[in-house]
Design a protein around this ligand. Structure first.
Ligand code: NAD
Length: 353
């Protein structure tokens, strides 16, 4: 076995159907009294229903969370938190809402209680992102790691099926890259393999019935494991490409991960055979990149960058940006090969060897 360093992020996880009932006790446990509730406009009703169960403990419901955490929104939420003397942020939603909580925690130091409703995984990472003047700045800071995560699969029953599939594949991407991370370790690899297995196994039952609670639980359990991998080890080419494509061309987060993952895995396959074998095993297939591609296609997710709004004339710039800064990845970053990867992804061609 290779040498490794394993650092666990200190999260408290409360998991299971109706675990939302534990919120009052969890707020109490933190020593908090007045929560600033965060959500998107579309999840206002869901946040209100949760807030209604916390009489006397809510400072305000701030329903302006949007993708990529604009600095103006973060400032507004921070000012409200301070004005209303909120002593914790209760983030109810996906990565965008939890990201807003992190932006508040970074400067105001408020502890975050996260109630995730997608599979993005942000709730168990110390990674934050804030967008200012069109540029998304990301970083790691232990202050933004939510102190408590309440995973209630019932809150994910309403997640639309298209986002269910792409968000689950977004989660699998964290685990897949964790399996070949230069700073990986055996514990995180166990979580990664199990996370991929759980997320993948949930999709067929959810396609049959999006309100299948055991399948929703399985997906959320997988998302927790995959998010834990993202929070613990470094990501490689796939995440770098998605960050570039999402940021520069404003492509939707979970969808861009879904399209790029099979191609990023093919790019790295020969340089990371052990990781590929573990991903394939978790998916129950012979070839990891093809397995992810077929999973997306079978469940109706987009498989081409063109279908999610990528302009063909942006590929050269994307390849340049992805190759510009070398960073740890199983296979070195070669501009010409990256351009070929992006050409394949643009058209949705299968990731053939
Ligand atoms: P999202 O949070 O933007 O949610 C997408 C849409 O789905 C929103 O309109 C939201 O209100 C809606 N939604 C969420 N859950 C729902 C539910 N249960 N029922 C009905 N509607 C629901 O999407 P996301 O993919 O979860 O997060 C993407 C963002 O998170 C990106 O900005 C990404 O960079 C960030 N992210 C950060 C990290 C990190 O570690 N910092 C990790 C993953 C993602």
């Amino acid at each position: 076995m290779n040498r490794f360093v394993y650092t666990a992020n200190p999260s408290r996880i409360v998991f299971g159907p109706d675990s939302i009932d534990q919120l009052p006790a969890e707020i109490e446990r933190l020593g908090a009294r007045r929560a600033l509730v965060l959500c998107t406009p579309g999840q206002r009703d869901q946040a209100q229903a949760i807030a209604d169960r916390l009489p006397g403990r809510i400072a305000l419901i701030f329903d302006e969370a949007v993708m990529h955490v604009p600095v103006e929104t973060a400032r507004k939420a921070r000012a409200l938190a301070s004005e209303l003397k909120a002593d914790c942020a209760l983030a109810i939603g996906g990565g965008s809402t939890i990201g807003l909580g992190k932006a508040i925690a970074l400067e105001a130091g408020l502890p975050i209680i996260a109630v995730p409703t997608t599979y993005a995984g942000s709730e168990v990472t110390p990674i934050y992102g804030i967008t200012e003047a069109g540029l998304k700045k990301t970083g790691r800071d232990p202050r933004v790691l939510p102190r408590v995560v309440v995973y209630d699969p019932k809150l994910t029953l309403s997640l639309p099926m298209d986002l269910t599939v792409t968000s689950a594949i977004n989660a699998m991407a964290h685990a897949a890259e964790g399996l070949y991370a230069h700073d990986g370790n055996p514990v995180i690899s166990l979580m990664a393999e199990e996370g991929i297995r759980a997320c993948a196994a949930s999709l067929q039952p959810l396609r049959d019935n999006p309100r299948d609670l055991p399948a929703r639980s399985l997906a959320l359990y997988g998302a927790w494991l995959c998010g834990t991998v993202l929070g613990a080890v470094s990501m490689g080419l796939h995440h770098k490409l998605c960050h570039t494509l999402g940021g520069t061309f404003d492509l939707p987060h979970a969808q861009v991960h879904t399209v790029v993952l099979p191609h990023a895995l093919r790019y790295n396959a020969d340089a990371a055979p052990e990781a590929m074998a573990r991903i394939a095993k978790a998916l129950g297939v012979a070839d990891a990149p093809t397995g992810i591609f077929e999973l997306a296609r079978t469940h109706g997710a987009p498989v081409s960058l063109r279908a999610i709004g990528m302009p063909a004339d942006g590929l050269e710039q994307a390849a340049e940006l992805a190759a510009a800064n070398q960073y740890p990845n199983p296979r070195p970053l070669e501009r010409v090969a990256l351009r070929a990867l992006l050409d394949h992804a643009l058209e949705g061609a299968p990731p053939t060897p």
